[in-house]
Write a protein that binds this ligand. Structure first.
Ligand code: FAD
Length: 387
């Protein structure tokens, strides 16, 4: 890929690629087959600085930017999409929320431990009645003395049973859908916090997705993130970064699927020919390569916009929509190129195909990305057009 990366960006990309191929690949294979969570991987990622990429150095991070984060996420995802989602939630959502909205006390208490992977981060927004519709969050947070008492259930929380710091969204004002939501940093040993159902998923088997139950869970008032009532603002702003992370994860999956398709089709002979020499295979490869390149450029652009502090919700949704579609199409075609063996666990493409699927669902479904994009595009037209 010829995108002009700086010397520093190339080093970051190469460090991530070397780690992924040498250290992560052997562990990822077994963890995804057995459905285990490879704790030791995160310790190593912490040592490399990849669990605190955008955390300032004064709080124990490496003080880099979102552009560096997407370079790393793509490389990790090429080898293990489960590791990439755990890293994305940790860096793009948890670290980001505490760095951006946390008090000095919260930053000092959590960021150094998150940046070194001493603890992992999770982000708990979804509830049984609040998926795409974030404003339907029902979980309550009632102030009592110098604590908030949280009651409710969160579902589908990535890393929820492994995290030492969970960003939890709960309603401090039940009558105000927009400004009644607040965000808290919750630790698993706070009284009243427990892990419920652990999901058995189609893919991403080396990551965990769990229910979190809050029964009179006592959270110290100092663990309120930002102002009371700022929850919706934090949740929506967080989704921009989260979507960029999932877009990078998607491109990693797509690139890995294309790599597998090319490798396989150079070796497989049918009708006395390598199947890569059939035009139908070449056209698939051409479409894969073009879409991957386009997705990558959308991601690079939006990461740069976010680093410049510019509004980028439309661009983040575009990158996520296109990259997740590309991951699914590429995995589909790459499996087709494998024929029957692609449908067996013997070949990596089977895992990539399953892992790709969720990229069109979490951090906002493709339908929700289209809502965000069309709303902004129409607003832009209406601003520029006379009545
Ligand atoms: C593996 C995994 C990990 C996850 N990790 C996390 C996590 O760490 N933290 C967290 O908070 N959540 C997490 N989630 C939840 C995820 O973000 C939600 O599943 C997602 O936002 C969709 O919500 P939902 O499942 O309730 O679907 P629904 O909102 O019920 O949507 C169902 C269908 O209706 C469509 N739909 C809904 N509203 C509209 C509309 N207005 N217009 C058109 N179509 C619409 C959707 O596009 C979808 O096709 C995770 C989910 C999975 C599967």
């Amino acid at each position: 890929m010829n995108y002009p990366l700086s010397e520093e960006e190339r080093i970051i990309q190469k460090t991530a690629r070397d780690f992924a191929t040498k250290d992560l690949a052997p562990v990822a294979e077994a963890a995804n087959k057995e459905g285990t969570f490879p704790d030791e991987v995160y310790t190593k990622l912490g040592e490399l600085g990849f669990m605190g990429i955008t955390v300032p150095e004064e709080y124990g991070g490496v003080g880099l930017n979102n552009f560096s984060l997407v370079l790393v996420l793509e490389e990790i995802s090429r080898v293990c999409a489960s590791t990439a989602v755990t890293m994305s939630v940790h860096n793009s959502l948890t670290n980001w929320a505490i760095k951006t909205y946390g008090s000095e006390d919260l930053k000092k208490r959590y960021l150094p431990r998150l940046a070194t992977a001493e603890i992992l981060g999770a982000y708990a927004l979804t509830e049984p009645s609040a998926g795409s519709d974030v404003s339907s969050v029902r979980m309550s947070a009632v102030k009592k003395g110098n604590e908030y008492i949280l009651n409710g259930t969160k579902i589908f929380i990535s890393t929820g049973n492994k995290a030492g710091a969970v960003i939890v969204f709960a309603r401090t004002n039940p009558d105000d859908r927009k400004h009644g939501l607040s965000a808290f940093v919750v630790e698993p040993d706070f009284p009243g916090f427990s892990v419920g159902k652990i999901e058995k998923k189609m893919g991403l088997k080396a990551s965990t997705t769990v229910e979190l139950v809050f029964e009179d869970c006592r959270v110290p008032e100092e663990n309120l993130l930002g102002e009371e009532g700022a929850g919706m603002k934090i949740a929506l702003a967080g989704l921009d970064g989260g979507r960029i992370g999932i877009a990078a994860q998607s491109v990693g999956i797509a690139q890995a699927a294309m790599d597998e398709a090319v490798k396989f089709s150079r070796e497989r002979i049918q009708f006395n020919k390598r199947i890569i020499d059939f035009q139908s295979t070449r056209w698939k490869i051409a479409d894969m390569a073009t879409a991957i390149e386009a997705a990558r450029l959308l991601i690079y652009r939006v990461a740069k916009l976010r680093d410049e502090g510019q509004p980028c919700s439309k661009e983040a949704s575009m990158a996520k929509l296109f990259a997740s579609r590309t991951a699914n199409r590429t995995a589909y075609d790459a499996l087709q190129i494998h024929g029957g063996v692609g449908y067996t666990e013997e070949f990596l493409i089977e895992r990539l195909y399953r892992d790709a699927r969720v990229t069109e669902i979490y951090e906002g479904t493709s339908e929700i990305q289209r809502l965000v994009i069309s709303k902004r595009v129409i607003e832009e037209y209406e601003k520029s057009m006379p009545e």
